[in-house]
Design a protein around this ligand. Sequence first.
Ligand SMILES: [Cu+2]
Length: 167
Amino acid sequence: MPIERFEKVFIWISLLLLEVFFVAVLVVAFFGGIQLPEPGGLVDPQQLENTPPFDTPGVRQVGDREYEVAMIAQTWQFVPNEVRVPAGSTVTFYITSRDVIHGFMIPRTNANVMVIPGQVAKVTVQFDEPGEYSLICHEYCGIGHQGMFARIFVEPAEQAQAQGGEE
Ligand SMILES: [Cu+2]
């Protein structure tokens, strides 16, 4: 069956586009650090006070330049609402919700997950650039949603050292 010349051209263009998209997916997956959030476990949202690590929300140093943050999202705040780490840190967030579905997004990083009651979301972020990062709820969660945010301070390594935080 003969194929019209223009039709042939468009078939090739469509195939080429598919290739481009496929390569783009591979590039972000392997070189861009973009990945699906990992399920970090299940919890009882009513029992967060008695469930480690959410009984003591906050930052914990687990290695050289490695930190873990246990964080609770609730109407309408993040606990803790301030995180400080030195530049060059790898920070793994364990986030869960006490009440309704919230969002967890740190613009300029790869962190972007839903926070679902009963589920723990686990996200690892590499903070190389010192500065102040916002952590925002990007899942409408009620009347106070627009004010629901936290701050992450990535301090220059020398400053953190001066405070005795880092070797
Ligand atoms: Cu919200």
